[in-house]
Design a binder for this molecule. Structure first.
Ligand SMILES: *[C@@H]1O[C@H](CO)[C@@H](O)[C@H](O)[C@H]1NC(C)=O
Ligand SMILES: *[C@@H]1O[C@H](CO)[C@@H](O)[C@H](O)[C@H]1NC(C)=O
Length: 266
C-alpha cells in the first residue's frame, strides 16, 4: 500500500516536471530572437567556415531565399556575407519566422546547419481613450488595441484598475466628477500610455441634481405643464359658461320688459 502510493507520487512528480518543461519550451522556444522593426540582424554559422567549393542554402519559412554552389550564386533574394552569414539590414514584420542555413561540401555531405527564429514586433502606437456616454454610465475604449500581442491595462485616478479589456465600463454610481482615466498598451518590446481623460456625461452629471423631492425633473415638468393646461382649460370653460349665463339673463330681462309693455297698453 505504502509502496504503491510512493510510486504514484513519483509518477505525479514526473508528470508535473514534464508539464513544466513543456510549458517552458512553449513560452521560450529555443533560439527565438525578439526584434523591433528596423533592427539589423546577422544569422551566422558560428564557428563553421564556408569553403570555396561548398554549397550554401538559406530558407525563410521553408521557402528558398539563397542558393550558392561553389562560386555560382543561383538565387539571392536576401543578402549573404562572404562567410555565409545571412544579413537582414532593417527587419520588418514580414521577415518574422524561421531561417535555416545549410552548408554542404562538394560531395553533398552536411557540414553545418543553423536555425534561427525571428519575431519582429512594431512598437505600440500611443493610445487614446475614447469616451462614450451610455445608459447608466460611460464606456471608455482604449484605441490602438487592434494589434495582436498587445496587453492593455487601465488606471483610475492613478491607481491600477482590475481590467485588461480594450473597453472599460464605468457605471454612473462608480463615477464621481473629477475622476480621471488612462490606459496603457504594451507588447514585448514597447509600452505607451494615453493622456488622462475626465469623462463627463450629462446623464451621470445630472443624476444627483435632476431629482427634486424624489421626482425626476422631467416628470416634474410634465406634471406642472399638464396641471397648468388643465387649469387653463377649466378657466376657459368657466368663462364661456359665465358669458352664456349673462347673455341669457339679459334676453330674459328684455322679454319680461316687453311683456310688461304689452300688458300696460292693453
Ligand atoms: C480582479 O478581478 C478578478 C475577477 O474579476 C478577481 O478574482 C480578483 O480578485 C480581482 N483583483 C483585484 C485586485 O481586485
Ligand atoms: C458598454 O460596455 C459594456 C460592458 O463592456 C457593454 O456590455 C456595452 O455593450 C457597451 N455599450 C456600448 C454602447 O458600446
Amino acid at each position: 500500500m505504502h509502496i504503491q502510493s510512493n510510486s504514484e507520487t513519483r509518477v505525479k512528480m514526473l508528470l508535473n516536471l514534464t508539464l513544466i518543461l513543456f510549458s517552458l519550451i512553449v513560452m521560450f522556444p529555443p533560439g527565438k530572437l525578439l526584434l523591433t522593426a528596423g533592427d539589423k540582424v546577422v544569422i551566422s554559422f558560428d564557428d563553421a567556415k564556408l569553403q570555396e567549393d561548398n554549397e550554401l542554402r538559406w530558407t525563410h519559412n521553408k521557402q528558398r531565399v539563397y542558393l550558392k554552389k561553389g562560386s555560382q550564386i543561383k538565387l539571392n533574394k536576401l543578402n549573404v556575407s562572404e562567410d555565409g552569414s545571412l544579413i537582414l539590414e532593417t527587419v520588418q514584420k514580414d521577415k518574422s519566422g524561421e531561417y535555416k542555413g545549410i552548408i554542404y561540401d562538394a560531395e553533398g555531405n552536411l557540414i553545418k546547419e543553423t536555425i534561427q527564429q525571428l519575431c519582429v514586433l512594431e512598437p505600440v502606437p500611443e493610445p487614446t481613450v475614447m469616451v462614450e456616454c451610455v445608459e447608466k454610465g460611460v464606456n471608455l475604449t482604449c484605441s490602438a488595441v487592434n494589434n495582436d500581442e498587445v496587453v492593455v491595462s487601465w488606471m483610475k485616478n492613478g491607481m491600477k484598475a482590475n481590467v485588461t479589456h480594450a473597453v472599460l465600463h464605468v457605471s454612473s454610481s462608480e463615477l464621481k466628477s473629477g475622476d480621471n482615466f488612462s490606459c496603457t498598451v504594451s507588447n514585448k518590446i514597447s509600452k505607451k500610455s494615453a493622456k488622462n481623460v475626465e469623462p463627463v456625461c450629462s446623464d451621470t452629471d445630472m443624476s444627483e441634481k435632476r431629482f427634486l423631492f424624489g421626482l425626476d425633473l422631467w416628470w416634474m415638468l410634465v406634471i406642472l405643464t399638464g396641471g397648468g393646461s388643465f387649469l387653463l382649460i377649466l378657466f376657459i370653460i368657466c368663462l364661456v359658461w359665465v358669458c352664456r349665463c349673462c347673455r341669457r339673463n339679459k334676453r330674459k330681462a328684455k322679454l319680461t320688459s316687453s311683456v310688461n309693455y304689452f300688458q300696460i297698453h292693453l
